[in-house]
Write a protein that binds this ligand. Structure first.
Ligand SMILES: NC(=O)c1ccc[n+]([C@@H]2O[C@H](COP(=O)([O-])OP(=O)(O)OC[C@H]3O[C@@H](n4cnc5c(N)ncnc54)[C@H](OP(=O)(O)O)[C@@H]3O)[C@@H](O)[C@H]2O)c1
Length: 330
């Protein structure tokens, strides 16, 4: 397939294929998948646009993502049958995996597998690396986070809170806003479905925003661009509002970019793989998790067959935290 797909997400684009359990080739392992992360970026990858894909794939190939699984066959000296590992592989009950691309999972008694996927994965790394390495958060910052009740945004907001920042979150609906105030203990919450975003942001940040961690994109960026303090950093982690738009020509065009000039501000995107600096990010997550400073809600879908429908929860905002699918049990 050499052209991008168009249209909005339709669960019927997935097919379930049955096949034999694969055997491990030399130097590889076979994993039985326990838990799979379902992510907004899967919706992007489905567009089959090579510019949006982490690993190129086409029609008929399996979707893939970050998972936790147990090794059932090993032809690699590094791994034994029974090891529990995490890494990126196909959306399959059993898959052949290169051991170079997995790392050990923590034991389920130390931390549930759901919590591990919510915190010690690309999600936690995006939140922690985005806030610290890209956003260079500091205690005096006034911080705004969009998608703040979601998997990534909720961690990013808590990481900024743990630094001592004043943090306001944007989320859709009163329940999510209550979650931001009551459970995440943020300093403010904006319900973008009810409030005028630009006015609400101005009310919460009369002296301007120092750091905006954006998961949503679209009009929200324009609202922030007109409410920045000098030296503001806009960290572009995601663009949820733009993922389910049928034609590229309908994507939102940001209007206020020149404000970056007048506020000596910067806007930077990133992918949550910081190479050698992953270790710093993981240590920060470990430290905050051990201190009990990270609340990570998880939304578990039971069963492989329910995954296509479950992805719509990310689009209609009905997921309550990190969306994962339980595929089998240890
Ligand atoms: N850069 C990276 O490496 C990286 C890594 C992980 C995640 N991300 C990005 O982070 C963002 C959040 O991902 P997540 O896994 O944490 O998902 P999530 O926030 O748990 O779930 C998605 C949420 O997006 C919101 N949403 C959906 N459609 C929207 C729209 N049209 N306008 C505004 N909000 C909308 C909904 O919350 P409301 O009910 O509040 O609207 C929904 O619950 C995504 O954009 C993802 O691509 C990036």
């Amino acid at each position: 397939m050499d052209r991008a797909s168009t249209g909005t997400y339709d669960p019927s684009c997935f097919r379930l294929f049955e096949g034999p359990i694969p055997a491990a080739p030399d130097s590889k392992i076979v994993v039985r998948t326990l838990l799979m992360s379902l992510d907004p970026t899967n919706l992007n990858w489905l567009k089959l646009d090579p510019q949006l894909q982490a690993i190129p794939f086409g029609v008929g190939d399996p979707m893939f993502g970050v998972s936790i699984g147990v090794v059932i066959e090993s032809r690699a000296p590094s791994h034994a049958v029974g090891d529990v590992v995490t890494g990126m592989w196909g959306w399959r009950r059993f898959d052949v995996v290169d051991p170079l691309f997995v790392r050990p999972a923590k034991s389920a008694t130390e931390m549930s597998f759901e919590q591990q996927l919510a915190i010690f994965s690309h999600v936690g790394r995006a939140a922690a690396g985005g806030m610290t390495l890209i956003g260079e958060v500091k205690p005096t910052d006034a911080v705004l986070v969009s998608g703040a009740a979601g998997a990534t945004g909720s961690l990013a907001a808590q990481i900024a809170k743990a630094q001592g920042c004043r943090v306001v979150g944007i989320a859709g609906g009163p329940d999510k806003c209550e979650f931001l105030l009551e459970e995440l203990k943020l300093d403010g919450a904006i319900d973008y479905k009810k409030e005028d975003l630009r006015e609400a942001i101005h009310r919460h940040f009369p002296d301007g925003i120092d750091l905006f961690f954006d998961n949503v994109g679209g009009e929200g960026i324009d609202a922030v661009l007109t409410n920045m303090a000098v030296g503001c950093r806009i960290v572009v982690c995601g663009a949820m509002s733009q993922y389910n738009i049928s034609e590229k020509s309908n994507l939102y065009g940001v209007k206020n970019l020149p404000m970056l000039i007048f506020r000596s501000a910067r806007l930077q995107g990133f992918v949550a793989d910081f190479g050698p600096r992953n270790q710093i990010v993981d240590e920060l997550l470990d430290d905050l998790a051990q201190r009990g400073q990270l609340v990570a809600r998880t939304h578990v879908i039971d069963g492989f067959e329910k995954i296509p429908d479950a992805l719509t929860l990310l689009l209609n905002g009905k997921n309550q935290g990190k969306l994962v699918a339980q595929v089998s049990f240890d």
